[in-house]
Design a protein around this ligand. Structure first.
Ligand SMILES: Cc1cc2nc3c(=O)[nH]c(=O)nc-3n(C[C@H](O)[C@H](O)[C@H](O)COP(=O)(O)O)c2cc1C
Length: 178
């Protein structure tokens, strides 16, 4: 598929069908994420793939209840990917401090974009979620302290396949040509 077409196709899915996503499709998305570039090739990402119905239900309840219920649509997704960032490695951390940038967060963003584009290419819906109960997810999954959950990505077949027109700034608003 043409890359621009794929970029238009990828959109936040907030209504998931309960139809299961074949494991090979999820694996393809994870492989795309694995191949992402990162500062000093540090690969700070960790993906916890939650697809067993029992655990998924517990994680979804923990993540998207109470003050996090704005994202409760994600409870229906058959797969939930927890994207965690491992403790910074010394060289990119020092480089990032020098530049006033958090390289590992940039890395996580790139890897997740690989993942969601690979999903879109296969007709699978996803949504970046930055709002969730991190403490309770960590409790349910017994995640170690060195992992910081940065994003949660629900995955599943979209209930509605209509592709929306993107609401974006114009090129002239975001580009300076010199
Ligand atoms: C880092 C990040 C965090 C986001 N967090 C949420 C969220 O918590 N809930 C939600 O519904 N959408 C969330 N979104 C999705 C954005 O709202 C969405 O990408 C944006 O409005 C553009 O729409 P589109 O993805 O359909 O193109 C997030 C997106 C990003 C990149």
């Amino acid at each position: 598929m043409d890359f621009l077409e794929l970029s238009k196709l990828r959109q936040s899915c907030r209504s998931f069908s309960s139809k299961p996503v074949p494991k090979e499709m999820v694996e393809k998305c994870l492989e795309a994420a694995r191949l992402a570039p990162s500062a000093c090739n540090s690969q700070p990402w960790r993906f916890i793939v939650v697809s067993s119905p029992e655990v998924r239900e517990k994680v979804a309840e923990a993540a998207f209840s109470g003050k996090y219920s704005m994202n409760e649509f994600a409870k229906k997704a058959p797969v939930i990917i927890i994207v965690a960032r491992d403790k910074d490695k010394l060289v990119p951390a020092v480089g990032g401090m020098f530049m006033g940038t958090n390289f590992s967060l940039v890395d996580i963003g790139i890897a997740v974009e690989h993942l969601v584009l690979a999903a879109a290419e296969q007709g699978i819906g996803t949504c970046y979620l930055g709002i969730f109960d991190e403490k309770d997810i960590k409790k349910v999954l017994k995640l170690p302290r060195n992992l910081k959950i940065e994003l949660v990505v629900p995955m599943g077949y979209p209930e509605n396949e209509t592709i929306r027109v993107k609401s974006r700034k114009l090129l002239d608003e975001i580009i300076t040509r010199i």
